[in-house]
Design a protein around this ligand. Structure first.
Ligand code: PGA
Ligand code: ZN
Length: 414
């Protein structure tokens, strides 16, 4: 089905900063749109998010250049192409950009178009988006829908809050195999945690991803609070609900000294490893994302070897949804799980390639939102479409976060 028109425009993300939106229209009259999210603790190897830098608009954060790239060059080259051939559309976009990190047209321009084309194609064929993604992957369409386990981020630290916590995300991960039950458990624990914080005289305002942002004395205190909240909500820690962390360690790594500033002390990678080992003995943690900085390979390798696949060690800033970096992680045994963020790489096709590479090498995948997000629910369909083991989309609160969980429920009932 031929593409008839493409229109990009600027919208606001959940932090109130501009981001790209795109509507794709096909000749059968189908119109679909996509909104692109934006990170705060971005990895340096991510594809480039084009920002205008004009201090007189949005503090330099405008995306009018990216929008204009959609409305001129990209539009001119894609009109008339068959939207059903996602791979060809994405390769046209990649070649048009011509750089290896989408720096010329902007990953925020390219991804908006790539996702809107996929959504329009699904709609035009009367398919749910997750079914269309299954088809692109040539998965057996008779497969049961498989739902990811959810990591709800209920305590926010790092660059996402002023809590003072070094660990960026403390997640609770309900362990039932029913999506509705997991959503309910996540919400109940979140509200129990709020009550505990209030009782302790802590603030219950929230960070960028909807998790609470209390000022705690140490990073470990966050873990004991979560275990308390799970118990007080009536669940058994480690049986009904586990813990997952995104340490986002690149943010507190000093590349000159090769040390980490954690809990206001200086730690070597080996010392930080001991901290994690200690936590793993005391708390039901099933997964740790970015335990070390994005290029600190030695400590990743050592930790993966020590853990011997007993937990998931997830690469986000380390891997940036990039097949080259994922290959390296497989070869060098740096971790065993990949965080998947479509805007780190810039097209749906490359995102699916990253997921395939991971799955074919026994790496699990966790599909992820960004800290600056919108109500776009593409990642929920992506998670079901590729049968990802895990998804994270922040707290079980706030529209841009729950929209993904609610879409999972919608798919469940579809
Ligand atoms: P970001 O954080 O969207 O700010 O990069 C999410 C993450 O690190 O997983
Ligand atoms: Zn992360």
């Amino acid at each position: 089905m031929q593409i008839k028109n493409i229109q990009g425009y600027e919208i606001l993300d959940s932090r109130g900063n501009p981001t790209t939106a795109c509507v794709v229209e096909l000749i059968d009259g189908t119109k679909a749109r996509a909104y692109v999210p934006s990170g705060a603790s971005t990895g340096s190897h991510e594809a480039v998010e084009l920002r205008d830098g004009d201090k007189h608009r949005y503090n330099g954060l405008g995306v009018l250049n990216a929008v204009s790239n959609i409305n001129t060059e990209i539009k001119d080259n894609l009109i008339g192409m068959d939207a059903y051939y996602q791979k060809e559309i994405d390769h046209r976009l990649i070649n048009l950009d011509g750089t290896n990190n989408k720096a010329r047209l902007g990953a925020n321009a390219i991804l908006a178009v790539s996702l809107a084309v996929a959504r329009a194609s699904a709609m035009s064929q009367n398919k749910e988006l997750y079914q269309y993604i299954q088809e692109i992957l040539q998965l057996d369409a008779t497969l049961d829908k498989s739902f990811p386990q959810i990591g709800f981020n209920v305590l926010n630290g790092g660059k996402h809050a002023d809590s003072g916590l070094d660990v960026q995300e403390y997640m609770i991960m309900p362990l039932k195999n029913n999506i509705e039950e997991n959503v309910r458990i996540g919400s109940e624990i979140y509200h129990t945690l709020k009550k505990i914080l209030s009782k302790n005289g802590q603030v219950v305002s929230v960070g960028d991803e909807g998790g609470f942002a209390p000022r705690l004395d140490s990073n470990e205190e966050g873990l004991s609070l979560l275990v308390q909240a799970i118990s007080e909500a009536g669940y058994v820690p480690g049986i009904d609900c586990a813990l997952a962390l995104d340490v986002a360690a690149t943010e507190f790594f000093d590349s000159n000294s090769q040390n980490y500033t954690f809990d206001k002390k200086i730690y070597s990678g080996a010392e930080l490893t001991s901290v994690y080992q200690n936590w793993l003995q005391k708390y039901p943690i099933v997964s740790i994302e970015d335990p070390f900085a994005e290029d600190d390979y030695d400590n990743w390798k050592n930790f993966q070897q020590l853990m011997d696949n007993k937990i998931r060690i997830v690469g986000d800033d380390l891997l940036v949804t990039n097949t080259e970096r994922i290959k390296e992680a497989i070869d060098q045994k740096l971790c065993n799980s990949v965080l998947i963020k479509p805007n780190q790489i810039g097209t749906l096709t490359e995102t699916l390639e990253a997921i395939n590479l991971a799955h074919n090498n026994n790496f699990s995948t966790m599909i992820s939102h960004r800290s600056g997000d919108t109500i776009d629910t593409f990642i929920a369909d992506l998670a079901v479409g590729v049968s990802a083991g895990y998804i994270k989309s922040g707290a079980p609160a706030r529209a841009e976060r729950v929209s993904k969980y609610n879409r999972l429920l919608e798919i469940y009932y579809s």
